[in-house]
Design a protein around this ligand. Structure first.
Ligand code: ZN
Length: 505
């Protein structure tokens, strides 16, 4: 065995231990969010902190840096095809991200964000931004410091964005999202003015949770979530997590009088889950078996949730089955149901937004965050700036800050630079889906027959199998032959909602 191969195996062993520690941590977190008794949370927090500490210590071991430098000096880490090179390059990225921040800074960041979250909660309960303002100021200060520690070439926001969307640059994301905005604002206006509106009350009826679960499991299994290597449980804030190479957990929340939340929630999480099940199959414990682009991850959940799950042909197969589950749908026509699940309506709350307006909610946050990081917006002025922008985009003003700038937990948790990945997910999903349609033939015909195999296998081969080999931008260009663009999403939205709302576009 050559020296390089020997030290590479050593590196793999270190990261195998890191993966063990992290996966135990995730298991405890999953348990905390699904089954933990009320009074058990203090000790659980201690367990989690202990394990995180151990994992952090392992991941910042200077030995990792030494081995990486040696392998890099021998020319490893640049090639894109060999998994060994990909792993070395990505482990370097991870090591830098973990070691560039001074330990005192990390501790301060943890302390401030824990306190900020409780002040945010309180501010929200009392609908009083002033209670959160000093904490938002502290967080903005920390984020600027963090950007300086990581370094950036363009603007400070680049350094934050890069943690969630490796390789993405702020100006390029701004350009893509602005293109989206220019289509969405007039499209929303046309939808609002259309005389053809859905009756969404048919979805707020009696939908027994037990039946919702049965139906959702049937759909998730059929699209390809493997229940022999995963499971579905209940939680308050749905998520997907991976606990082992053959153990992917998805979660949902059932509302007894509303069908959409759990149904499309499960399809969404199953989309994340299918990605995880495919990517982790091989290369467990190495970057080739991981995903670090949140945009790419979200593209898979959005693709299944919206482009497949809210597709007309999808319901040609599923609607009669849904009617056997839910009495409330017995006298509802398939067309009315299809229109109702695709209702577009301005809403103040992001998480309740539809497929189209969701992107405007993201844009608003992205534009404000960027101004904040460029010193063009102070914490003081956030509520006014939020409301003015909201009015520009949606034509209405939030009545209070709870329905405005206090609604998301993200800023209080120190997550600035994270929001754009949600819209990137939508943009990538539409571009990939258009390409799949070109290569695989008529997907609608397959969906009418409840057949998702070709699409799933195509995604597995072209997206999932690469792990962290490419950035999202590189991967999209490689698979579709075109750089990342919002054009596919805008033409899909225009076509779909133009038809539904009978618009003359
Ligand atoms: Zn998601």
């Amino acid at each position: 065995m050559s020296d390089n191969i020997r030290i590479y195996s050593e590196l793999k062993e270190i990261y195998k231990e890191v993966q063990l520690l992290n996966s135990i941590n995730y298991t405890l977190e999953w348990d905390e969010r699904t089954h933990l008794p009320e009074n058990a949370s203090v000790y659980r927090a201690e367990q989690l902190a202990y394990l995180s500490g151990l994992a952090h210590k392992k991941q910042t071991d200077p030995k990792i840096g030494d081995i990486l430098s040696e392998l890099e000096a021998a020319g490893y880490g640049e090639d894109n095809l060999d998994p060994m090179d990909v792993n070395i390059r990505q482990w370097r990225r991870d090591y830098n991200l973990k070691t560039k921040l001074p330990i005192l800074f990390v501790e301060e960041h943890t302390r401030v964000t824990i306190l900020a979250q409780s002040y945010w909660k309180n501010a929200r309960e009392q609908s009083d931004f002033e209670l959160f303002k000093p904490w938002l100021e502290k967080i903005i200060g920390l984020k600027k410091q963090e950007a300086d520690y990581y370094g950036y070439q363009g603007e400070p926001y680049d350094a934050l964005l890069d943690q969630y969307e490796p390789g993405a640059k702020t100006d390029q994301i701004a350009e893509i999202l602005t293109g989206l905005k220019e289509t969405l604002i007039p499209l929303l206006e046309a939808v609002k003015n259309s005389s053809n509106q859905p009756d969404s009350s048919i979805l707020t009826n009696d939908f027994p949770p037990v039946k919702q679960e049965k139906f959702a499991v049937e759909v998730a299994a059929k699209i390809g979530f493997d229940f022999a290597n995963g499971r579905l449980d209940e939680t308050i804030h749905p998520f997907c997590t991976t606990l082992g190479p053959k153990d992917v957990r998805i979660t949902t929340r059932y509302m007894p009088n509303f069908l959409n939340s759990a149904l499309f929630g499960v399809i969404h999480e199953a989309g994340h889950g299918i990605y995880e099940q495919n990517v982790r199959k091989n290369h467990w414990g190495t970057p080739m078996g991981e995903v670090d682009s949140l945009g790419l991850h979200e593209s898979q959940s959005r693709l299944w949730e919206n482009l497949v799950g809210r597709n007309k042909s999808f319901w040609e197969y599923w609607y009669s089955i849904a009617q056997t589950h839910f009495d409330a749908l017995k006298d509802v026509s398939r067309d009315d149901f299809y229109f109702a699940i695709n209702e577009v309506k301005p809403s103040f709350i992001r998480v309740e937004a539809d497929e189209m307006t969701y992107n405007l909610h993201i844009l608003l946050r992205f534009e404000l965050e960027r101004e904040i990081m460029n010193d063009n917006l102070r914490a003081d002025d956030v509520p006014d700036a939020w409301n003015a922008k909201f009015n520009d985009f949606f034509g209405v003003r939030p009545p209070d800050d709870v329905q405005g700038c206090l609604q998301d937990i993200h800023w209080s948790a120190g997550l600035i630079g994270y929001f754009p990945t949600y819209s990137l997910g939508n943009i990538i999903s539409a571009q990939l889906f258009a390409q799949a349609n070109r290569v695989l033939g008529d997907l609608n015909e397959m969906f009418e027959n409840g057949n998702y195999q070709s699409l799933r296998e195509w995604l597995a081969a072209n997206v999932h199998s690469h792990g962290r080999r490419y950035t999202s931008g590189e991967l999209v260009e490689k698979v579709t032959g075109e750089p990342l663009t919002s054009e596919f999403l805008t033409s899909y939205l225009k076509q779909k909602f133009g038809e539904l709302y009978q618009l003359s576009l």
